[in-house]
Design a protein around this ligand. Structure first.
Ligand code: AMP
Length: 283
C-alpha cells in the first residue's frame, strides 16, 4: 500500500535519508480524482526516478470565487490505489492550512501575456495560484524531475518560465495528452458531464485533429485556422465556446497573419456547466 503523508515534516523526514543515499526523486503534482492521465505521469516518473512522490492537493488559491473548489471531486482512498498501481511510492496529501500556514499570502507570480491570454482571461488569479503552490511543492520535495501534462498547455508554458526565472534546479518532464478511446481528453472534471454532454464533447478532439490536418496540408493563415475550429465546434449544439486561440511556442507569443510552427491551438468550451479545455500543437 502506498504511504500517505499529510505534513511537510513527515514527507521531508521520509525523503532526507533517501536523498542522502543519492536517490533521484520524481514529483507529480495533482489535485487528485486520479485517472489514466495522472497514472501515465506517475508511471513515467517511476521509470525515470528512484522515488516518485505524488501530491494530492485541491489548491484553493487557483480557483476563482465562482469556480468549483467546493464541488471538486476528492477521492483520496481511490487515489492511493491508482498511485500504487502506477508505481508511485508516496502520496503527499496536505491540508490547506499545512500549505498556507500564514494568515497573509506569499505569491510566486509569472507576469506578462503568458498568464493573461487563453485561460488567464477568464481566470485572472488561476496561474498565480498554480505557480505559488508548485513552488511550495518544489521547495518541500526538492525533486530531480517534475511531471506535468500537455493537457494543461498554458500551465506548462507558465511553469517553464517560472523554473527558468526562479532558477529551480530540476527538470520539467511534459507528458502528451492521454485521451479516452473516443478522443476526449481525460480530466477529473469529465465526471461532471452527463452521458449526452460527454459524447458531444468529442467534437473538441475531432476538430483539433482536423485543424492540424488542414495546417499540415498548407492552411497556415491564423484567422482561417481559428474560424474553421470555431465553426466546427459550434456545429455541436451543446458546445458553448469560451475561446479558440492560437499562439506561438515556446512562450505563447502573439502570431500575426501566418501561423509559424510550432504553435499551440487551444480551446475552452462549456458543456452545460462543465468547462473543458483541449489543445493540439501545430507543427
Ligand atoms: P490536475 O489534477 O487536473 O491538476 O492534473 C495534474 C497533472 O496531470 C497536470 O500536470 C495535468 O496536466 C496532468 N493531466 C491531467 N489530465 C491529463 C491528461 N488527460 N493527459 C495528460 N496529463 C494530464
Amino acid at each position: 500500500m502506498t504511504q500517505c503523508f499529510h505534513t511537510v515534516k513527515e514527507l521531508r523526514d521520509y525523503l532526507k535519508p533517501l536523498k542522502a543515499q543519492g536517490k533521484t526523486v520524481g514529483l507529480v503534482p495533482t489535485m487528485g480524482a486520479l485517472h489514466q492521465g495522472h497514472a501515465t505521469l506517475i508511471s513515467n516518473s517511476a521509470k525515470e526516478n528512484d522515488i516518485t512522490v505524488v501530491s494530492v492537493f485541491v489548491n484553493p488559491t487557483q480557483f476563482g470565487p465562482n469556480e468549483d473548489f467546493d464541488a471538486y471531486p476528492r477521492t483520496l482512498d481511490a487515489d492511493l490505489e491508482v498511485v500504487a498501481k502506477a508505481g508511485g511510492d508516496v502520496v503527499f496529501a496536505p491540508s490547506p492550512k499545512e500549505m498556507y500556514p500564514s494568515a497573509d499570502d506569499t505569491w510566486v507570480e509569472v507576469t506578462g501575456n503568458i498568464t493573461k491570454v487563453l485561460c488567464g482571461k477568464t481566470r485572472p488569479i488561476h496561474f498565480r495560484g498554480v505557480t505559488t503552490v508548485v513552488s511550495k511543492l518544489f521547495n518541500i520535495v526538492g525533486p530531480t524531475r517534475a511531471y506535468f501534462g500537455q493537457k494543461d498547455a498554458q500551465q506548462v508554458e507558465v511553469l517553464r518560465r517560472m523554473v527558468k526565472d526562479m532558477f529551480f534546479d530540476l527538470e520539467l518532464r511534459i507528458v502528451p495528452i492521454v485521451r479516452e478511446d473516443s478522443g476526449l481528453a481525460r480530466s477529473s472534471r469529465n465526471t461532471y458531464l452527463s452521458a449526452e454532454e460527454k459524447s458531444a464533447a468529442v467534437v473538441l478532439s475531432k476538430t483539433l485533429k482536423r485543424a492540424l490536418e488542414k495546417f499540415k496540408s498548407g492552411c497556415t493563415n491564423l484567422n482561417d485556422v481559428i474560424s474553421f475550429t470555431k465553426t466546427e465546434i459550434a456545429k455541436e449544439p451543446l458546445a458553448n465556446i469560451e475561446y479558440v486561440e492560437c499562439y506561438g511556442l515556446p512562450g505563447l507569443y502573439e502570431l500575426k497573419e501566418e501561423i509559424t510552427a510550432p504553435a499551440l491551438l487551444a480551446v475552452a468550451v462549456r458543456f452545460g456547466t462543465t468547462r473543458l479545455i483541449d489543445n493540439i500543437i501545430l507543427e
